[in-house]
Design a protein around this ligand. Sequence first.
Ligand code: AMP
Length: 426
Amino acid sequence: MEKIQAPKGTRDIFGLETILWHRLEKTVRETARDFYFGEIRTPIFEYTDLFARSIGEETDIVQKEMYTFLDRAGRSLTLRPEGTAPVMRAYIEHGYHVSHPRLKWYYMGPMFRYEKPQAGRMRQFHQFGFESIGFLSPGSDAEIISLSWLIYQKLGFRRLTLEINSLGCPECKETYHRTLSDYLHRQHFCPTCRMRADRNPLRVLDCKDPTCREQLLVPDFPTIQQALCPVCRNHQEALFGLLEAVAIPFTVNPLLVRGLDYYLRTAFEIKTKALGAQDAVGGGGRYDNLSNSLGISGIPGVGFAAGMERVVLLLEQQEQASVPGNNPRLYLAPLDLAGEKALLNAAMELNRHSIPVYLDFADKGIKQHLKRAQKMNIGLILIAGELEVRNRRYALKNLMTGKQVPCDLATVIKLCQGATEDDEIT
Ligand code: AMP
């Protein structure tokens, strides 16, 4: 029979790697809490229309990468490829634009894109993201960028770079589109770019074709930075001033666009040199036009999303695989059924006191238990068989000293909570 494997572009996360995931998740949750961003958990699938209308029909995501299917009632559903459109959908659906127009939310969870899998690029991947909805001020752009920067700093990353661009507002975007479209028609871009030249020329900046990319770097390539209107330029200058005030270094990349159409003005990306081709660990920007495509106009917003697999890869490199495990304090070694009953009970009581244990079973003798505890690097063993149960005393063995003493559970708990060194126990 053919072996069943995880689907292409997906992976199992287990073992020591989960400790890094927990560290990342904890840092995100704590930072969000301390900046008063509440959590939102949206469904894994949404009506296809949500993404088609908001992300943009011309984007790679909508054209090639969505996992779209019909449910049994014939509705078109899509596994979420990103988190911002669902967040805006929820904001409008729950009437926040009327009741609490200014809102800060964060999310965390799996996203799905039918991309060509490679190192750092998955079909099921995870993102955490922050969204600030209802704020027009460049201060909220700066807060989002600072928050993402802060999270990376707390995780210990020192060599990340921040690139910023402005995508303009509908007015300057239109002027720029005309200039860009004229330019593109005069050059030799790939067939997809030529097709997009009239309808959505900005997408050309996102093309992965190497010949197209080369042509973007020539000095006379027209950039959006040259076309910004005074309002957009002021917004950008104010943001730069704020970032300088909090000492976050950045460079302006006039070719930076995002893979989603709903961004206006600020767009940014945080990059690393440590992950090879997939160098973006996160990105975001301002999306004041997103709500329009969902039927309510004029709700500004700015947000950020980070690729969690890539962040975990960076953590792995930083730790050089020496991740400290959360080693159990006690190895529980039952010798028979009576011992199993007693130690299962003890395990539950120890857990109520937050003392981590490893519970083994009576399918092995004491020698094997000791060997296993040693292999697992657990210094203390609590042993119980019929005799110990009858005497209402466990045998507590210290593997370092080899000493063994009779002990009731209350004393074990007290010792584990009070003592810092195993030798203090026996
Ligand atoms: P985006 O939603 O495209 O703005 O992406 C935000 C971040 O998510 C990127 O900077 C990446 O770190 C991460 N990301 C996007 N697509 C993938 C993918 N297919 N696999 C892994 N990470 C991804």
